[in-house]
Design a binder for this molecule. Structure first.
Ligand SMILES: [Cu+2]
Length: 167
């Protein structure tokens, strides 16, 4: 009895490992579409050991005539997710919380990217490692909740880090 259950668990684990490898090797295409609103390539950087926060980036491409607003986000991997905007104040990057949500106009694209808008995952349960796929629920005012996976990967070449100045 015990061994057969263990075997079952083991086989299930093997399958999930295989499945995650498969999706990882399928390449870059990674998006979710609801009523012509595409959530393109949610991703986050790996985090250092003790980090309790992580920024999540993605692109919202609204090809429809129907505007919407991203009102909230959540993940089982953190206690809370806030919508943040990084702005330069006197040459210093500051993060501001947007409590009013993130509007996505009809026929428009909103990019959440390094040094700009991002989702801030707070109370991180464990560090993010390259290759992880983190569950994320995005809740839109009219389209409702959309489940996506966030790929943990190194920053793509296109999304350059802001310069770090050392004095
Ligand atoms: Cu932030």
């Amino acid at each position: 009895m015990y061994t057969s259950i263990m075997k079952h668990v083991f086989i299930a684990a093997m399958f999930s490992v295989l499945a995650s490898h498969l999706t990882a090797t399928l390449g870059h295409a990674h998006d979710y579409t609801v009523r012509d609103l595409k959530i393109d390539h949610p991703w986050a950087r790996p985090t250092p050991g003790g980090a309790k926060v992580a920024a999540v980036y993605l692109k919202l491409i609204n090809k429809s005539n129907e505007a919407d607003t991203l009102v909230s986000a959540s993940s089982t991997l953190g206690t809370k997710i806030e919508i943040h905007e990084t702005t330069l104040v006197d040459g210093i990057a500051k993060m501001r919380r947007r409590d009013s949500g993130l509007p996505v106009a009809a026929k428009s694209t909103v990019s959440l990217e390094p040094a700009g808008l991002h989702l801030m995952l707070l109370g991180l349960a464990r560090p993010l490692k390259v290759g992880d796929r983190i569950p994320l629920t995005l809740t839109f005012q009219s389209r409702g909740a959309v489940e996506v996976k966030v790929n943990v990967e190194k920053a793509p070449a296109a999304a350059k880090e802001p310069e770090h100045h050392h004095h």
